[in-house]
Design a protein around this ligand. Structure first.
Ligand code: C2O
Ligand code: CU
Ligand code: CU
Length: 419
């Protein structure tokens, strides 16, 4: 596969300083010197080539989360890029328009790497979506959500497995920023890039907004909702129409899951003047691919040993030398995933394949998870049934794991082979 007729991007991972807190220089790990990494905007139907250089003192990988790519370009946990070396990743970009993201995945290091900054948004556009007339250009904004702890010296404090309680919420790398918005419609691409924190996006006015996309692209029709839950790794695109507010109005995007007042506000919108708005949110967005009948049903039980801090799927911790199961190329399968823990939140992410949520806790899925997904939330004691659909063009070895990143480091991950 040649790299001609492709769009080229360069990503250099290196130590850098970022001004996260006003007037404070914080050491971070950065792609191209920015925290978070630069937003890559790619076009479906054009191949993308990422020339990656690792200038950190540790091995890294670049994984395109949500990307349908060959195993050698997947940046999986064991396919490391050694310090001081470079690597070329090729992304076919033959899937539908979606908000994807790229992040480090080096096993046992990914949690700290992502926490310190090795993550960015990868926006895939396509012609179908462009023709719909949704808010675009400067009115189409990635919103990268995460949280962090700062030491007295302004440094990032990394505490594995401890991101509850009181941390500082960061939006696009800044604490609770305000965003001056024109009184018109905006498309906001919400990405939960936090290591462990769950978000439930709500407007302080209690007003509804429209969800137009899930992890892997547009919904069949917009969903009007007042809340949008996102576990780590999940994305959702929403449209907020600020023309219904008087200029001067301040609206706060809040986290409905917050258990501490300090982590309640995510960001503030300051509504400015009215501008002409030629965008629209059509009644029909993009039909979902037909749900193919499953040939196989599998069960995945997520559990933790609180004493050792080990994570397991079906009683087994991650073993890079073990293939946990094999999927027939191009197959559709039903997977039932159960969170066996009554206290700890998990979720579940599959590389390569997208899926649909068929059932949650024996009932219908959440309204906000009725599109194409690649990551699904599993609250304590919860279960889901999903239909995973494999594209016959790809074969090889991939992983699945809990995307509470510290948990995959602790072993809550497995490998499957598409053959
Ligand atoms: Cu977001 Cu295995 O990754
Ligand atoms: Cu992934
Ligand atoms: Cu977990």
């Amino acid at each position: 596969r040649s790299t001609r007729d492709a769009d080229h991007y360069r990503l250099v991972a290196a130590p850098a300083w970022a001004e996260i807190l006003p007037g404070v220089r914080t050491p971070v790990l950065a792609y191209n010197g920015t925290f978070p990494g630069p937003t890559i905007r790619a076009r479906a139907g054009r191949r993308a080539v990422v020339e990656y250089v690792n200038r950190l003192g540790e091995p890294t990988t670049v994984h395109l989360h949500g990307g349908e790519v060959w195993p050698e370009d997947d940046g999986g946990p064991m396919d490391l890029v050694a310090p001081g070396t470079a690597r070329r990743y090729r992304y076919p970009d033959r899937q539908r328009a979606a908000t994807l993201w790229y992040h480090d995945h080096a096993h046992h290091l990914e949690s700290e790497h992502v926490y310190r900054g090795l993550a960015g948004t990868y926006v895939l556009h396509d012609r179908h979506e462009a023709a719909l007339g949704l808010p675009s250009g400067r009115y189409d904004v990635p919103i990268v959500l995460k949280d962090a702890r700062f030491g007295a010296d302004g440094g990032l404090v990394y505490l594995p497995g401890d991101f509850g309680g009181r941390t500082t919420i960061l939006v696009n790398g800044r604490p609770q920023p305000y965003f001056r918005v024109a009184a018109r419609k905006y498309r906001l691409r919400l990405l939960n890039a936090a290591n462990m924190r769950f978000f439930n996006a709500r407007l302080s006015t209690g007003d509804a907004f429209q969800q137009i996309a899930t992890d892997r692209g547009l919904l069949p029709a917009p969903l009007t909702t007042t809340e949008l839950p996102l576990s780590p790794g999940e994305r959702a695109d929403i449209v907020v129409d600020f023309s219904r507010y008087e200029p001067g109005t301040r609206i706060v995007l809040r986290n409905g899951f917050s258990t501490h007042p300090a982590t309640d506000a995510i960001l503030r919108f300051d509504v400015c003047g009215r501008v002409r708005d030629g965008s629209r949110v059509p009644e029909r967005l993009a039909a979902l691919p037909a749900l193919r009948p499953a040939t196989v049903t599998r069960e995945f039980r997520l559990s933790m040993d609180e004493r050792t801090g080990m994570g397991f799927i079906n009683g087994r911790a991650f073993d890079a030398a073990r293939i946990d199961f094999t999927v027939a190329r191009g197959a559709a399968e039903t997977w039932r995933i159960v969170n066996d823990n009554q206290v700890i939140e998990h979720n579940f992410h599959v590389h390569l394949a997208g899926f649909r949520v068929l059932e949650r806790n024996g009932g219908p899925p959440l309204p906000t998870e009725r599109g194409l997904k690649d990551t699904v939330m599993l609250p304590p004691g919860g279960s889901v049934r999903i239909r995973v659909s494999f594209d016959p063009r790809y074969r090889g070895d991939y992983v699945y794991h809990c995307h509470v990143i510290d948990h995959s480091s602790m072993g809550m991950m497995g490998r499957f082979r598409v053959a």
